[in-house]
Design a protein around this ligand. Structure first.
Ligand SMILES: [Fe+2]
Length: 394
């Protein structure tokens, strides 16, 4: 049920389109910055994407500072410290992140140290422990999934303490998110599908969770519509720039939706098998999404049914009896999974991942209950319920 009270915020400026990168120099100039540190990783640099960004900034008359590309796949405290040292030693005055989730997380945390100087990052861990704005920060995602360019959270692995620390504050939000299809044109089909299914899950969970509200609903519906319309065409024609842009927009919209109306059981299960067996986050979400929606039917039948309009279009929605729309919406997501499996091998089940032992399902169910995301799931999650979903997903 929609709450009578809600909060919604997204102060990130979106700069999106076929030549969005060329506008970065204007955004830097507006913020009085002329020496941004470029934060990226070796893969993104090797793919030539940082060169594309640098050329676009030069075209716009802008300048950049050094490139820090030592971000590991799983962002680490060491990388944050090394990046901050580079920022401070080089007299930088802004940060431009070019990459996926780990690069974004690293850049956000690095911005804390760049602003606060040589302090222990850990003192800012948790919720709302930043008290002033950070340095100008421009995010350029090179995948279309996490929505990290519009979220106020950063997760950093702390090897010394053996834990993952998280930082959540509105001051971590980028000032600008730049969505340009040139950044995702070369993404391999499997990563394209997995990240798009992550974004779809963000939108669907935001739309069906207990904190849903009219604003997050609007972003979630728009995200679901774009992914339903464009994922298969992009898998068939990877250099389809219009579709790439639509998927990037969808990921940002879904990020805005779940920043204001959190994810639920799908993510709890995906976090668990990601940590235990290294299953890709988007692939894991894709596996669980329809089975969790089946589980959630008693608490959110109406919302799941309403999503059929965005998933299948007005003709199908109108032709489907109201009492059948929720099941039809779930069937559409199953069909999207089947198509992605056919086109790029995205696993549809836990068995197809080849890395989750069936005898571990009870342990996965128990562990998932401790994931904070289950709190907003529209149906109470019990051990038996989680196990039932896992067995369906097997
Ligand atoms: Fe996710």
């Amino acid at each position: 049920m929609t709450k009578h009270y809600f909060e919604f915020s997204c102060p990130v400026k979106m700069v999106a389109g076929f030549r969005a990168l060329e506008h970065i120099s204007f955004e830097l100039d507006t913020r009085g910055a002329s020496r941004p540190l470029i934060v990226s990783d070796k893969g993104v640099v090797g793919a030539g994407l940082v060169d594309t960004v640098l050329a676009a900034i030069a075209t716009g008359g802008g300048q950049v500072g050094p490139i820090f590309d030592d971000v590991p796949p799983d962002s680490s405290m060491e990388a944050v410290r090394a990046g901050a040292a580079r920022y401070l030693d080089s007299g930088c005055d802004a940060i431009i992140a070019v990459g996926g989730g780990s690069v974004m997380d690293t850049a956000k945390a690095l911005n804390i140290l760049a602003t606060e100087g040589g302090v222990d990052l850990r003192q800012f861990a948790g919720y709302n422990n930043l008290k002033r704005p950070l340095k100008p920060f421009i995010a350029i995602p090179t995948t279309a999934g996490t929505g990290s360019e519009v979220t106020a959270i950063s997760v950093i692995k702390d090897r010394e303490e053996g834990v993952k620390t998280f930082y959540c504050s509105p001051f971590l939000l980028p000032d600008v998110a730049v969505l340009d299809p040139r950044m995702t044109l070369k993404l391999p089909p499997m990563i394209t599908a997995a990240t798009a299914m992550d974004a779809l899950t963000h939108a669907v969970e935001a739309y069906t969770c207990l904190a849903r509200n009219p604003m997050s609903d609007a972003y979630a519906e728009a995200a679901v519509r774009r992914i339903s319309q464009w994922l298969v065409p992009v898998l068939l024609r990877p250099d389809e720039a219009e579709g790439r842009l639509a998927l990037a927009e969808a990921a940002a919209m879904a990020g805005i939706a779940f920043s204001n109306s959190p994810v639920g059981l799908v993510h709890a299960l995906a976090h668990t098998i990601g940590a235990m067996y290294g299953v890709h986050h988007g692939a894991a979400n894709s596996i669980f999404l329809p089975f969790v929606l089946e589980f959630n039917l008693p608490g959110s039948r109406q919302e799941i049914g309403a999503l059929l309009l965005s998933l299948a279009g007005p003709e199908v929605y109108a032709a489907t009896p109201a009492s059948r729309r929720a099941e039809e919406a779930i069937d559409r997501i199953m069909a999207l999974k089947d198509k992605a499996h056919e086109l790029c091998g995205l696993p549809r089940t836990l068995a197809e991942t080849g890395s989750v032992p069936r005898e571990d399902l009870p342990r996965i169910a128990r562990t998932a209950l401790d994931d904070g995301t289950v709190v907003m799931n529209p149906v109470d999650v019990t051990y038996e319920g989680a196990l039932r979903v896992l067995e369906r997903a097997w």
